[in-house]
Design a protein around this ligand. Structure first.
Ligand SMILES: Cc1cc2nc3c(=O)[nH]c(=O)nc-3n(C[C@H](O)[C@H](O)[C@H](O)COP(=O)(O)O)c2cc1C
Length: 206
């Protein structure tokens, strides 16, 4: 049996949705987690966790970039950024970047991670991440008119990947050591019960 929902279910109306749509919670579609690193206008490295994004050919489309954060401002200033993919082992340090969010702070070093210069562009990268994608800003569009969030398209111009990860017989890209997924508060539309946020990993089946 399926149930249809085209408006916010009554049970969810009382929940605090932190500015997200109820559809995010009902569908809770997982998306890959990564950190966007840039240089702020004072030269300090910035790191920003992102998850609502998709990748195709040499493009990444970030679906919900907050215009009021350092990441957006520094991309508009430099046009350059690195998308860094962490494994679970270093994820707690990645979350620290949210706490260490001062303008005058090197958010990468302060969170216990290592800054390296990119090979081609003007942005820092995180050494401990198994995959670093050096990117150039292409275009953006407001999600809806007047929104604080934009959809942003960037072009990948350099791929740097740990050799143990591109060999699927050593660490590979998936499973416990590979890509991490954001599972955002799965919520039952009938009862309104909201689960915790979870982190997911991907298992290859066949
Ligand atoms: C799991 C997770 C996923 C996130 N995904 C996004 C996202 O897709 N877009 C966004 O604008 N912020 C996202 N954030 C929030 C930013 O990481 C957060 O606001 C950050 O502190 C902004 O950093 P900045 O001011 O240095 O750019 C996410 C946070 C977490 C914990």
């Amino acid at each position: 049996m399926k149930k249809e929902y085209s408006m916010i279910p009554k049970s969810i109306k009382e929940n605090d949705l932190y500015g997200f749509s109820w559809i995010d919670f009902v569908t809770s579609i997982p998306s890959v987690l990564f950190l966007v690193t840039t240089y702020k206008s004072n030269g300090k490295p910035n790191a920003c966790l992102q998850s609502w994004a998709t990748f195709v050919e040499d493009y990444c489309i970030m679906a919900s970039v907050n215009k009021n954060k350092h990441m957006y401002k520094s991309i508009k200033e430099t046009g350059d950024m690195v998308l860094n993919f962490p494994s679970m082992e270093i994820y707690p340090k990645c979350v620290e970047t949210i706490k260490n969010n001062g303008f005058d702070v090197d958010e990468i070093t302060e969170s216990g991670l290592t800054v390296e210069r990119s090979k081609i562009i003007n942005a820092p990268l995180i050494k401990e991440c198994f995959l670093n994608l050096e990117c150039k800003y292409l275009w953006e569009k407001e999600n809806v008119e007047g929104s604080e969030h934009v959809v942003m398209c960037v072009k990948i111009i350099n791929v740097s990947m740990d050799t143990e990860y591109f060999d699927e017989n050593i660490k590979g890209r998936y499973g416990e050591t590979g890509y991490i997924y954001n599972i955002h508060n799965p919520t039952n539309p009938e009862t309104g019960k909201m689960e915790d946020d979870f982190l997911g990993i991907l298992q290859k089946i066949k």
